[in-house]
Design a protein around this ligand. Structure first.
Ligand code: SF4
Ligand code: FE
Length: 485
């Protein structure tokens, strides 16, 4: 059953999460002014799924139950499904101009589904069956799931077991008849507070001696022992100011990240998807990462659409939309943004069927996609700041606007073209500020760099997938180089 936006928010209120923000426990996260915009972004995944015009993108038929489901819970059944995923993410980026968080669970599900199948074949385990039961429940209840991969990792030169503190990678600390006890932490957790469930996966490929770290499972986010520390963002406490409206730039939507502690948490057997099979940890990591690198070819492009639109509006309000250098900069932004999209679409069309039956992206192209995302949004943001002008960071704020004495001056002196009210000009500049320097810059800039793996992680995958030997052979043939020479 698809949940409505209202049912989704109600369902979150029933959870009893241990969330801390600015050092204090948050009693009702859904009502907190700093959290609520990020909740609204996830809620949009529910709202659009109810809209007839987006039915084909936002919903589909479940391969597990034959019922109508939200595409954010779908196990991709074709390359067309992979393409629709990217298009859905671009749409969501356009509607929220932020990170809408629900993709991580989707990407985790598709990676765990195929990896558990292959692990069971090799080891005679029953993880795939566990996962199918679990994910059927998720689809039927239309839940939001966080995907937790990144461990704190301590000293990067040391493997998990060599760390001075063995908990720097999440691990199994006890095996009981009916389940396991895990301890550790996951950082950069996108959307944890707006999720019902969390799927935990290993963070790197594990060696046999680190088998206790090769662990994957799912839990409700309010399970005993799970503690969530909400991450700070640039300009975040503007959201706590009364009537902050103008200063927020994007007052309704946002994203969030959190640090999540697993303090001796019990996981029942039926929710375990990996428990010591270190030889399959690399597969799970690589598949999740590649799916999520595909995702960025959709979500960041949608946010880019909003930023390009805002930059064009700023130029228009300044009266210079036709200046040739302005037009050229906008064309450059569009070119960069569509290049990101092209990679997202390409790695989807080049996807293939896994042994388990769902579809996987072309890993080389997905990594090229994300590598571009580590660069192009920075250039798009630079051009947007160029077009916005310095006023974006020097202009008065909402409280000045609300001051009866000051407002006439602001209206008079910060006016651009005659036909556009000054407040509109200020609004669009604040939106650009939000996307390039404010709360949304977490998603548009730094997350573009480090989310779904830092740039070097993609370069390793690109090198692994690129088949350089084949290219050398091609060159030898064309050049007429014979091996014996
Ligand atoms: Fe989805 Fe993009 Fe946010 Fe990842 S960064 S969760 S792909 S919106
Ligand atoms: Fe992300």
């Amino acid at each position: 059953m698809l949940m409505t936006k209202e049912q989704y928010i109600e369902s979150l209120k029933k959870l009893n999460m241990q969330v801390y923000l600015l050092g204090e426990k948050v009693d009702e996260p859904t009502e907190h002014h700093m959290i609520r915009p990020s909740l609204n972004s996830v809620a949009m995944t529910y709202e659009l799924a109810q809209a007839p015009e987006y039915e084909d993108l936002m919903t589909t038929v479940s391969s597990l139950t034959g019922e109508k489901i939200n595409r954010f819970t779908h196990l991709h059944q074709s390359t067309e499904d992979l393409v629709k995923k990217v298009k859905m993410q671009r749409l969501m980026g356009q509607k929220t101009a932020s990170c809408f968080q629900r993709c991580v669970g989707l990407d985790a599900a598709n990676a765990v589904f195929s990896t558990t199948y292959e692990c069971d074949l090799a080891h005679g385990t029953h993880y795939h069956e566990n996962f199918i039961k679990y994910w059927t429940m998720i689809q039927q209840k239309d839940l939001t799931v966080d995907g937790a991969m990144t461990d704190p990792k301590g000293d990067r030169s040391k493997s998990p077991g060599q760390q001075a503190d063995p908990d720097l990678y999440l691990r199994v600390v006890e095996r009981q008849e009916d389940g396991i006890v895990v301890r550790g932490a996951k950082v950069h957790q996108t959307g944890m507070v707006n999720s019902h469930e969390v799927i935990v996966m290993p963070t790197v490929s594990m060696k046999p001696e680190d088998a206790d770290y090769a662990v994957a499972f799912a839990l409700p986010v309010d399970t005993e022992g799970i503690i969530i520390i909400y991450g700070r963002q640039s300009c975040d406490i503007r959201k706590l100011e009364p009537n902050a409206d103008l200063d927020l730039g994007n007052k309704n939507f946002g994203g969030h990240e959190a640090m999540v502690i697993f303090d001796n948490v019990f996981v029942p057997n039926e929710r375990i998807f990996m428990n010591g099979e270190s030889d399959f940890s690399g597969m799970m990591v690589e598949r999740f990462a590649s799916y999520h690198r595909q995702s960025y070819g959709g979500c960041k492009v949608g946010v880019g659409d909003v930023l390009i639109g805002a930059a064009a509006l700023a130029a228009e309000y300044n009266g210079v939309p036709k200046a040739s250098h302005i037009r050229d900069k906008i064309i450059e932004m569009i070119h960069l943004n569509e290049t990101l999209y092209s990679c997202g679409i390409a790695c989807s069309y080049q996807g293939c069927r896994t042994a388990a039956g769902n579809y996987y992206v072309d890993a080389l192209l997905a990594n090229v996609c994300k590598q571009n995302v580590t660069r192009f949004p920075y250039e798009i943001a630079r051009l947007a700041e160029d077009l916005a002008g310095g006023l974006m960071v020097t202009m008065p704020g909402q409280q000045d606007w609300d001051n009866e004495k000051l407002r006439p001056y602001i209206e008079k002196y910060l006016k651009g073209v005659e036909c556009v009210p000054t407040i509109n000009r200020l609004r669009v500049l604040r939106l650009i500020e939000n996307l390039t320097l404010g709360t949304a810059a977490v998603g548009y800039r730094t997350e573009s760099l480090h989310g779904a793996g830092s740039p070097q992680a993609q370069r390793i995958m690109i090198s692994r997938q690129s088949n350089l030997e084949h290219k050398k052979k091609l060159a030898k043939t064309i050049a007429g180089i014979k091996e014996e020479e």
